[in-house]
Structure formats: C-alpha cells, structure tokens
Design a binder for this molecule. Structure first.
Ligand SMILES: *Cc1c(COP(=O)(O)O)cnc(C)c1O
Length: 397
C-alpha cells in the first residue's frame, strides 16, 4: 500500500517536504503503526505536537463529545469553550488575555501585529521594528519568515516584509547595539528548536527583560515548541524567573489538533480593538475543546513534574554515549526537548533509527532531536538510547 501512497503523493501533492517513505494508520501512546503493520516508537511526537502521545483518552473523549455537539461558529459570537480555554491559560500563566488562531506561525503573526500596534498607539508612526535572534525559527508565512534567521527559508520569496533585524542569540552586547528608537519588540524562543535545541542563557534573558522594561520594548517569547510542559515547567519562561509581555503557543496545546494562541499582559493586549485582528477558525468550539481536554489533563497530573524526572533520565542516559563515542559532542535542551549534537550530519542516523523502529529527527544539520510524548515511560527512553548505541557502534567514523 505504501508504494501507491508515495506514487499518488508525488503526483497529487506539492513537493514541499522531504518525506520518509512511510505512512501511519494508527497511533496509541508513544507507538505508531504503519500501512504495512510495522510499529515504531515515536520519539518526535509530530514535531512536538503530540504531547499526550496518540489517542490519549483525555484528548479523544473531549473531541468526541464536542464533535457531536458543535464544531464551528464564527467569532462574531461568544464561544463558551474558547472563553474557558482563555481563562485556563491566563490563570496558569503570566498573561491576562488570550487570542486564538490555528498555528504557530499565525500566533507569531498576531504577536508581531500586537507589538507594533502597542507602539503605534503610544508613540505614533515609525517605531515598528522587531529584533529577532540568529538561528531562530518562527514560521513560514511571509511575516514570520522576516524573523526566521536562516536565509534558506527566505530565498526566492522576496520581497519579505520590512522592519525586522537580527541580533546574535545569547549576546547581550550585540542586542544593545541593535536596539534603536525604532525598536518596538524583541522576539525569541527561550529554547530554540529548529536552530539546534539551544536554550537561552539565564543571564542573557534577564538582561533582555531589563532592557525591554527600561525602553518600553515588548518582549515576545515564542513558546510554540518549548511551551506546554515540554521543558519541565508548564511554560519555558518559568525556568528563567522572568515573564515576557507576549507569548505564543501552539504545537502541543491540543495534542496535535490545529490551534495556536497569543497570550499577553493587559498592557499589550489592550492595543487591539475590534477589527484589528481576527480569524475564521481560531478558537472554534472543537479546537478549544481539544485544547481544554489536553490542558486539563496536563494541569491535573502536573505533567511537567514528571517531565523533569524523565528528562533528567534521558539526559543522563545520553551522557553515556558522549563518554563512549568521541564524535558525540553534547546533550542539549531541557526536559523532554532534547538534542544530541554530533560532529557530522545526522541525516543517515535518522534513517538508520527509522529502520530500527525509532522515529527521530535531525535539525540544524548535526543535532539529533527528540520531542517524545510527555507521557513517555523510562523503558522507552532506555530503548531509544540502546538502539542509538547499537547504531553508533556500527558506524564507521
Ligand atoms: C513549529 C514552530 C513554529 C511554526 O508553527 P506552525 O504551526 O508550523 O506554523 C513557530 N515557532 C516555533 C518555535 C516552532 O517550533
């Protein structure tokens, strides 16, 4: 069956992804089954979207109940589930207000618009520049391409919207030099995902926060990948003891169901008036119910505490590989957002792992990336490390 899917896929769908030749038909917990009946341990969890793994009852029951009641109404009416979700997110974060959309990139678009509008209302025209970080990733829309550092994502799509610049990640002096009277926002991932699973340094973030307060610049954290219990806290900013003015979330918010959100302090949120921003699907009853089912479970179980424990176990296990193989450079990340940096390109290891029944990914060329479901058991972490060990042993380096 897979051959037919690939053949039709090449014929009928746009060639935008380099795909591994497999298609899945079912998922349960941390395991996926493909069209040929093979099972795989999912250590990449839909690139971090499947926080509760696959077919988790907290998620599926919420969706089943809602899909039979009401799926969609326009945002020209109040939506009970959306309001409940907003309340839940606000009560469990730094924020005062939420806005819902359908993806990470869309959430970042909303955050950029909000920062600009805040500045426009307070200071008038011209103070509209957003500073982003080198090796950042914020999405694929034209607006978010402007804040995505890697030029390969922008090539051929110009002109890209203006009013953005880049400053070296974790370098406060470079940021100070980049800030001008035109700066209205600083946008960064507290832990960079696509850029190589690289955490911001605590001292750096604290200084960024101070600079923002001093100059009335809005601090935007993109927690699309690192939020929702992934790093051992409900939100990654909690690891740093500081709060942003605006935060974007998406991926694991509804266990893989498409939804995104912009969370903001009142100070920033008040810049939006009716008509300033909107979306047809954003925060509709079904998407909101999917997120409510997911978030209520995460909060009730305090899942981030278990993530700390399992993340530590994973990091410790991977350390053994560093000791054993000199070309394995370091373990990166936090909690269950884990990178293993190699001295060479990791694509062939991703392929070998796939043949051993483990789904992983490689980012920034040389960093093997793991974003397993947050509910993963230590046995499956151990299994992953054992298989990596076996693959590494057989490599001729
Ligand atoms: C995945 C990702 C995005 C983009 O999210 P989409 O839902 O694919 O639009 C933005 N920022 C970060 C940090 C991401 O990891």
């Amino acid at each position: 069956m897979i051959d037919m899917i690939i053949q039709d896929g090449n014929q009928y769908t746009m060639n935008t992804y380099k795909r591994i030749p497999v298609a899945f038909t079912e998922g349960k917990g941390c395991y996926l089954t493909d069209t040929e009946g093979n099972t795989y341990l999912d250590m990449i969890g839909g690139l971090g979207a499947c926080g509760l793994g696959h077919s988790h009852p907290a998620f599926t029951n919420a969706v089943k109940d809602q899909v039979e009641k009401l799926v969609h109404v326009a945002n020209i009416y109040w939506i009970k589930e959306q309001v409940e979700l907003g309340k839940l997110l606000v009560q469990n974060s730094f924020g005062d207000k939420a806005f819902f959309c359908n993806s990470g990139a869309e959430a970042n678009e909303g955050a950029i618009k909000l920062a600009r509008k805040y500045s426009y209302k307070k200071y008038g025209e011209g103070r509209n520049e957003i500073i982003a970080m080198t090796t950042s990733f914020h999405g694929r829309t034209l607006g978010t391409l402007s804040v995505t550092h890697n030029k390969k994502y922008q090539e051929g799509f110009g002109p890209i919207p203006e009013g953005f610049k880049f400053s070296t990640f974790n370098d406060i002096d470079d940021l100070k030099a980049a800030i001008s009277e035109k700066t209205c926002g600083i946008m960064l991932e507290p832990i960079q995902g696509e850029g190589g699973v690289t955490p911001a340094e605590e001292g750096f973030l604290k200084e960024v926060k101070n600079l923002c307060e001093e100059k009335d610049i809005l601090l935007i954290f993109d927690e699309v990948q690192c939020g929702i219990a992934r790093t051992g806290k409900l939100f990654a900013y909690e690891n740093y003891g500081i709060e942003p003015d605006i935060m974007t979330i998406a991926k694991a918010l509804a266990s893989g169901f498409p939804i995104g959100a912009v969370i903001a302090k009142d100070k920033a949120a008040e810049a939006f008036s009716p008509g300033d921003h909107g979306t047809t699907f954003g925060g509709n009853p079904l998407a909101s119910a999917a997120a409510l089912g997911t978030m209520n479970y995460i909060l009730q179980k305090k899942l981030w505490e278990k993530v700390q424990d399992k993340g530590k176990y994973f990091h410790d296990q991977l350390q053994h590989l560093i000791i054993k193989y000199p070309w394995v450079k370091k373990v990166k990340g936090k909690g269950l957002m884990v990178g293993l940096e190699l001295e060479f390109e990791g694509a062939s290891i991703v392929e070998k792992a796939f043949h051993e029944g483990i789904l992983i990914n490689c980012t920034a060329g040389r960093v093997l990336r793991f974003l397993p479901p947050l509910i993963i058991e230590k046995e499956d972490i151990q299994k992953t490390v054992e298989i990596l060990d076996k693959i590494f042993q057989e490599l001729e380096v």
